[in-house]
Design a protein around this ligand. Structure first.
Ligand code: GFB
Length: 317
């Protein structure tokens, strides 16, 4: 990617899109364009095609998606499959139609089977049934990565698909119903501390294990791949993660101590645990020369600092 190449980040206001924007600016890319839902709707094909016709980006990062934690995915599967499929179909086809040089599609570690061997290799895709709580989102993401592959095979495009693990960081979603676990725990422990609450209620049993990657490391990885590797090097998909996981219980203890909350933890076992484990095998990315810069603790500390600046946005929600 030339420093003055026209680079489009779709979904630049979200957790991932804002991190990719920061990383591109930090690395001196000067010809950046962005869009988010309040500019136009990528779920609408005509609006998407009109944008590509007008802007003719050379490189595209598709960070726009409908995302959420386990409760949101379990509760709104129709919205998750509709929104994500329509965004992907429109943007991937427009990228092909308007001759985009290189396109990066963001999937998720939830595309792998519920009981895939751990750590999960790219080859485990579609080996056995998916996790029911997020099957809709997973199928939408699998459709997107397969579409990139088949456009590459039929039309000779250079569309690469990356599968990140659970992400967190600045600009995350702290809505206590729809968020992922890490931001939810930061907010729950912080609000319990300042309101002197005797306990904090968490979901499930705390026994599932999750891998977490700080979003600025993800942004570094996707820019690294876009700069250095093509579809012919990467193949259908490549995992992005830190290579270690932690139980939800251990994560809660870590965040409790960082926030400085001293009350009790209670576990609402009526809430789902989801998949027992989803640790990614990141050996292929390591062989390409990339490893993350932040430890989980450093990432949580940075995220808590950014939450303290963003918290007013979430008070009423
Ligand atoms: O992060 P999370 O919502 O999604 O939940 P997944 C991870 C684990 O944390 C589950 C537990 O076992 C939850 O029961 N947990 C405990 C909590 N307390 C809480 C809480 O207060 N809030 C939340 N949200 N969880 C998602 C997929 O699965 O992973 C998405 O649903 C996406 O599609 C994402 O793939 C990366 O990690 O289980």
């Amino acid at each position: 990617m030339e420093k003055d190449a026209k680079i489009y980040v779709a979904g630049y206001k979200g957790l991932v899109g804002s991190a990719i924007k920061r990383k591109l600016e930090e690395k001196g890319y000067t010809n950046l364009i962005f869009s988010d839902i309040d500019d136009f709707d990528l779920q609408r094909q005509t609006e998407t095609e009109a944008f590509f016709e007008k802007e003719k980006p050379e490189y595209v990062f598709l960070a726009a998606a409908k995302v959420g934690g386990i409760w949101a995915n379990k509760t709104y599967p129709a919205e998750f499959i509709y929104s994500n499929l329509s965004i992907e179909v429109n943007v991937i086809h427009a990228a092909y139609k308007h001759g985009v040089k290189k396109f990066l599609f963001l999937g998720s570690s939830c595309i792998y089977p519920r009981l895939a061997p751990q750590p999960m290799k790219e080859a485990h895709l579609l080996d056995s049934p998916l996790e029911p709580t997020n099957e809709a989102y997973a199928i939408a993401k699998i459709a997107g990565l397969k579409m990139c592959r088949y456009y590459n095979e039929q039309y000779g495009t250079n569309f690469i698909s990356v599968m990140p693990t659970n992400l967190f960081g600045p600009n995350d979603n702290y809505d206590l119903q729809t968020s992922h676990v890490l931001p939810a725990l930061i907010r729950k422990f912080h609000e319990a501390k300042i309101n002197n609450k005797p306990f904090v209620e968490l979901w499930g049993t705390g026994s599932p294990k999750r891998e977490f990657l700080y979003v600025d490391d993800l942004a570094d990885a996707v820019v690294f791949l876009m700069e250095k590797y093509d579809y012919k090097d990467i193949g259908e998909i490549i995992n992005i993660g830190c290579g270690e996981d932690i139980s939800i219980k251990e994560l809660a203890e870590m965040i409790k101590s960082i926030v400085g909350y001293e009350g009790e933890l209670k576990w609402d076992t009526d809430k789902p645990d989801g998949t027992p484990r989803k640790l990614l095998d990141v050996s292929r990315l390591k062989e390409l020369g990339w490893t993350p810069q932040h430890t989980l603790k450093q990432g949580i500390l940075n995220t808590y600092k950014s939450f303290l600046k963003e918290q007013d946005r979430w008070k009423s929600r």
